[in-house]
Design a protein around this ligand. Sequence first.
Ligand SMILES: [Zn+2]
Length: 155
Amino acid sequence: MSDRDFVPQDLPIQSLKTGENGAARAGMAYGPQSPFSTGMRSRCPRCGEGKLYKGLLEVRDGCDHCGLDYSQVDSGDGPAVFVILILGALTVLGALLVDSIFEPPYWAHAIIWAPFIVGGSIGLLAPFKGILIALQYQNKAREGRLADPTNDQDG
Ligand SMILES: [Zn+2]
């Protein structure tokens, strides 16, 4: 077992059309990447160099550095759930703290917390989405498929 065996190679998000270097280079020339590092930096889960998004949150067609195909990437509602839970807790704690210390009127809370919620959501969604995409890539997560009945080895 070589170091190359740690790199997932049969993922649907991996592309075999890797340009001039051919399929042999796909998934083999890059060491394992930390999903948290690549996700936080919004970088490719395979090479850690190419950009993951075009614009704010739209996933690109593929990696511009290693050629990894992003077409099968799907983080679903996962990033939103984390952002809602984390930002909701921070907002409630902050509002309670500010209210107990300064006792501001309700409109002041709206002025304080509305930008916090909007800015925090935008700021947190990209890294959480990147982390979940990287974890999906590393753990070979994909939709369930029916087992092939002609290849029934488990009995
Ligand atoms: Zn890449």
